[in-house]
Design a protein around this ligand. Structure first.
Ligand code: CP
Ligand code: NVA
Length: 296
């Protein structure tokens, strides 16, 4: 079984993994060494702080041997075809985490491996991030019945959040500039699970929401569009005024890294109800949970 998309889990399985993440956070000793003797490769074709560090430490604390596979070293699709990389790594590894540009590279590797492949971010999804996101909402209030607003680019992080939120019974509202909406296929899948609002009006998305989420306006690989996007996304910045339209006890979320002053102001990122550092911590616990779910 792979974890390339949030929808590789059923809603019940997703709830189980999130509950396991919360349990592992409360009692890390209960799973120390649980996967000892196993090896995970961690491949990164793009930079990372949280994902790299948290996956390495999660694997180590479960007794696994984490092996960093730098993208430049492997040359996925340039030095070697993705299907051959998959067939070879399958003879060495018990699991493979991959951060790639094109989601199709992930699929090409995964279809040539028996060992589980875990998406550590592609242009389509960031499912491990979504595990930490819903876990962080769950620490605030029950995810079921919550309203989560995502404001900004309809990107990989938005996609996985839309799926995870609706699968767990939350309403998701996504506000993007026209032309930057989430993938219609993901919107349709999320709608099959629950309530999805897609709008170009940030105030409509945020109104009385329980959690307000944003991400960078230009993702890794879109640097050339950054200047144009700064102009188009100006109205979508989360500032105190916009955050103030959410519920009185609303939390602020961001997958990080943040571009301070761009998609979010310092006041909101550093607000007493900002949970971004807890959210980053939860990447560690939730990654242990998905490893245990896939490998135990
Ligand atoms: N949120 C996240 O995936 O951060 P990194 O890109 O630093 O891993
Ligand atoms: N949407 C961002 C997320 C980074 C964690 C990107 O893909 O660069």
């Amino acid at each position: 079984m792979n974890f390339l998309s949030v929808t590789d889990l059923t809603p019940d399985q997703l709830a189980e993994v999130v509950a396991l993440g919360l349990e592992v956070k409360r009692d890390p000793a209960s799973v120390a060494g649980a996967l000892s003797g196993k090896t995970i490769g961690l491949f990164f074709a793009k930079p990372s702080l949280r994902t790299w560090v948290s996956t390495d430490i999660a694997a180590d604390q479960l007794g696994m041997h984490p092996l960093l596979l730098p993208g430049a070293q492997v040359g996925l699709g340039s030095r070697e075809a993705p299907q051959d990389v998959g067939r070879v790594l399958d003879r060495y590894l018990d699991a493979l985490g991959m951060r790639v540009f094109g989601h199709e590279d992930l699929v090409a590797v995964a279809t040539n491996m028996e060992a589980p492949v875990i998406n550590l971010l592609s242009d389509r999804e960031h499912p491990c991030q979504a595990l930490a996101d819903v876990m962080t909402v769950a620490e605030h209030r029950p995810v079921e019945g919550s309203v989560i607003a995502f404001v900004g680019d309809g990107n990989n992080v938005a996609h996985s959040l839309m799926l995870a939120a609706t699968m767990l019974g939350a309403e998701i509202r996504v506000a993007t500039p026209p032309g930057y909406e989430p993938d219609p296929e993901i919107v349709a899948t999320a709608r099959s699970f629950g309530t999805v609002v897609v709008t170009d009006d940030p105030a409509e998305a945020v109104a009385a929401a329980d959690a307000v989420y944003t991400d960078v306006w230009a993702s890794m690989g879109q640097e050339a569009e950054a200047q144009e996007r700064r102009r188009l996304f100006e109205r979508y910045r989360i500032d105190s005024e916009l955050f103030g339209r959410a519920a009185d006890d609303a939390i602020f979320l961001h997958c990080l890294p943040a571009h301070r002053g761009e998609e979010v102001t310092d006041e909101v990122l550093d607000h007493a109800r900002s949970r971004v550092i807890d959210q980053a911590e939860n990447r560690l616990h939730s990654f242990k949970a998905i490893l245990l779910y896939l490998l135990r």
